[in-house]
Each structure stands twice: as structure tokens, then as C-alpha cells.
Design a binder for this molecule. Structure first.
Ligand SMILES: [Zn+2]
Length: 190
């Protein structure tokens, strides 16, 4: 299954709650894992930190997050079903984010440094996470996907927040006025 990219409207569609965890749910999670690792195999300079079901065109509230966000050799991920942000706190911090569904673009996105998240695991057990740093950022990014929100939406008026990744993995600023502002691929509803 292919990862869909902007301006596909399914990325802007709020996803539905999973009412019951069924074999179909496990199948979606398996597809998400495969799509994530396939994407990474084709992007040698990047790490696939997480993926949300809508990125496969499946509007269900499921996300998959890598267990070790800094180690490409560790390919294990955990699925969270119906994840909800129950609280955010801490300072707002800007850091780089990319997205499988927004090719080549990186953004300096402000997010709270800590988040509490409640979700179901694949076996149906409820978990509560207290995340900080890059894990908090990743969870907030993925849960945004379930609400039809992309990282670029948080920075759409920030002229200095957009960057592109070059073939060699280096990052350079993009020209906001010519490449971002009126870009209908990124902001189709504006
Ligand atoms: Zn994303």
C-alpha cells in the first residue's frame, strides 16, 4: 500500500474511532508497518518515526510509533488505537518535523514539550503515556493526522519555518513567497 501525499483530501478528513478491535484492525496495522519500512528503505537519509492510518487513505483512528525514535536499526513499532491527548504542558518548543505525506518539506513546528496520551494497545488494553521531547512531538503530530491536520498547518504563516531536504540529506530554507504561500498542493483550501 502506498503512502498518500498532499493534496489528497483523505489527509484532511477527520478519522473515525475504532469501535472494536478486529482482524481488520490488525491487518491495517500490519500494512502501516510495511508502508513505514518500505518508505524508509527508499529514503536513506530519513527515519520513519511514525505513521497514521489516514496516510494510507484509511480514515480510522490508529497510529503506529517507533519504539526507539533515534535508532534506525530498531524496526519495532507500537500501535495506538483511538489515541487521545488528555493534557499538554511545558514550554512551547520549535523543532524540525517532516511527514511521509508532505514529501521533501521540513518545518520548524512549535509544540508543547510534554503531552499525556491515552490509547488502546492492539490487545485492547488501555495505556496512558506521559511523553516529553521528541516522543511528545511525534504523538502530537500523529494524533493531528487523525483530525485531518498536517504539520504545515501549524506554520502556514511563518515565513522562516519551511525547509527542504536535498538529495544528499542536507536541509536548506525554502522561499516562502514563491514556494509556500500560494501553494495549492500544500494548502488546497486557502
Ligand atoms: Zn505525518
Amino acid at each position: 500500500m502506498k503512502v498518500i501525499t498532499t493534496p489528497d483530501p483523505r489527509l484532511r478528513t477527520p478519522s473515525k474511532k475504532v469501535k472494536k478491535i478486529t482482524p481488520e484492525t490488525h491487518d491495517i496495522i500490519a500494512k502501516m508497518l510495511k508502508a513505514s519500512l518500505d518508505w524508509e528503505a527508499k529514503h536513506p537519509h530519513e527515519l520513519s518515526a511514525a505513521i497514521a492510518a489516514p496516510q494510507l487513505g484509511i480514515n480510522q483512528r490508529i497510529i503506529l510509533v517507533r519504539d526507539d525514535l533515534e535508532n534506525k536499526d530498531n524496526q519495532s513499532f507500537t500501535a495506538f488505537i483511538n489515541p487521545e491527548v488528555t493534557n499538554t504542558e511545558g514550554k512551547t518548543i520549535k523543532d524540525y518535523e517532516g511527514c511521509l505525506s508532505v514529501p521533501f518539506i521540513y518545518g520548524l513546528v512549535p509544540r508543547p514539550s510534554k503531552a499525556k496520551v491515552k490509547a488502546l494497545l492492539e490487545d485492547g488494553h488501555e495505556v496512558r503515556l506521559r511523553a516529553s521531547g521528541y516522543l511528545a512531538r511525534t504523538l502530537l503530530h500523529e494524533i493531528d493526522h487523525l483530525n485531518g491536520i498536517l504539520f504545515i498547518d501549524h506554520i502556514k504563516n511563518d515565513k522562516k519555518a519551511f525547509f527542504r531536504m536535498l538529495d544528499d540529506g542536507k536541509i536548506e530554507p525554502m522561499n516562502y513567497d514563491t514556494e509556500i504561500k500560494d501553494n495549492k498542493e500544500l494548502f488546497p483550501d486557502d
